[in-house]
Design a protein around this ligand. Structure first.
Ligand code: FES
Length: 74
């Protein structure tokens, strides 16, 4: 059985991955500071910082590829 705690990216601030992803997709967050301000993730002990940065980079890369795809389809 998986505990609810295991689903948090940031356990200190109880932030889920989808909150970070949505902040990037809908809130246009692009940096760790943006995510910290919008979700409070990675504003506690800092243990999740690398994972939050990885999510940011992954989602921004997806947005870049999607944007390129849209331009190619015009
Ligand atoms: S786990 Fe994210 S700040 Fe501690």
């Amino acid at each position: 059985m998986t505990s609810k705690r295991a689903n948090y990216v940031c356990e200190c601030k109880a932030v889920f991955r989808n909150e970070i992803v949505n902040s990037i997709k809908k809130g246009h967050a692009q940096t760790l500071l943006d995510i910290q301000n919008l979700t409070k993730a990675s504003t506690g002990c800092g243990r999740c910082k690398n994972q939050v940065e990885w999510i940011i980079n992954t989602e921004l890369e997806k947005k870049r590829k999607h944007g390129l795809q849209l331009r190619l389809n015009l």
